[in-house]
Design a protein around this ligand. Structure first.
Ligand SMILES: [Zn+2]
Length: 295
């Protein structure tokens, strides 16, 4: 969770424009689809389908024959009964990866994946009062407990497959903050921003980007009224700074169903929706799962 310091939140969204896709694999047939600000790659060959953006911070959804064994850089990925799987690349992931597929008939397929490197917006601010940089001691225990609750809410791996449907923007408005940007306050690098911010008036609707089950609906110190949706197989959406939450833990909500309203609760400088995507603990860029703009 990023710390918010009054008056210095100004994150630019230009970084996304410089993103490109590199899909390098011998004989791999690649179809590039220009979908809004990010370029998605749908690559299919020898029965391997990959759907996503081959860049840092990306969530990739794939499918192979059921009962195949899929490993990424030597680590086995979970497959559902249809042979679908998901993996991600963190903000600062190395650029070369290997996907290995062992088909039920014994054939082994190897795919080299080369990611494009992203340029994140880094903002340096010096001469700040130290009180603005560090949270007050009195709230440290609360922040610790908040973090425990959030990681519990994102710990379950269910076999829901909503994550394989097309995501829609959860709110309407301009993009006012992007994934990966970072502030360096008084020379100290702060936690990078891991969400996409959509500006909007307090009270404007926030809707489920795809179907999900509510695993957390709580007021947290930094992120205010916070809602977490489980989309299945370890993929979660988190919505921060909500003015109101209109669903409760355990509810299953359909794509497009209202789950709350835009607000400025917690350490926010103005009303906006901060939407995040996680694969377990891995923090990924929502703009790699949704296309177009939220306006
Ligand atoms: Zn934000």
């Amino acid at each position: 969770m990023s710390s918010r310091v009054k008056g210095v939140e100004s994150v630019q969204s230009s970084v996304i424009n410089s993103l490109k896709v590199a899909a390098r694999s011998a004989g791999m047939s690649v179809l590039l689809l220009l979908g809004g600000s990010l370029t998605a790659v749908h690559a299919q060959q020898d029965g391997i389908t990959l759907n996503g953006t081959l860049t840092q911070g990306s969530l990739i959804r794939g499918q192979v024959a059921p009962d195949a064994i899929v490993t990424l850089d030597g680590e086995t990925l979970a497959l559902n009964s249809e042979g679908k799987f998901v993996f991600g690349f963190p903000r600062d992931a190395s650029l070369s990866h290997t996907l290995n597929v062992e088909l039920p008939d014994g054939t082994t397929l190897v795919r080299d994946i080369t990611l494009t490197k992203r340029e994140y917006n880094i903002q340096r601010i010096d001469g700040l009062d130290s009180k603005m940089v560090t949270p007050p001691k009195a709230v440290l225990e609360r922040i610790r407990q908040d973090n425990v609750n959030v990681s519990i809410a994102r710990s379950k791996v269910t076999d829901a497959d909503a994550l394989f449907t097309r995501f829609e923007w959860p709110a309407k408005g301009p993009i006012t903050g992007v994934y990966g940007s970072q502030r360096v306050l008084n020379g100290v690098p702060k936690w990078p921003h891991f969400g996409v911010d959509v500006g909007g008036p307090t009270g404007a609707p926030v809707t489920a980007p795809v179907e999900g089950t509510v695993t957390l609906a709580e007021d947290l110190y930094y992120s205010g009224n916070t809602l977490i949706l489980d989309h299945g197989m370890g993929v979660f959406s988190t919505f921060l700074h909500l003015d109101s939450i209109t669903v409760k833990v355990g509810d299953t909500v359909a794509q497009g169903e209202q789950i709350g309203t835009i607000g400025a609760t917690g350490r926010a400088t103005g009303p906006h929706l901060d939407w995040r995507i996680n694969l377990g603990k891995m923090r990924l860029d929502p703009q790699t799962v949704v296309s177009g703009t939220p306006e």
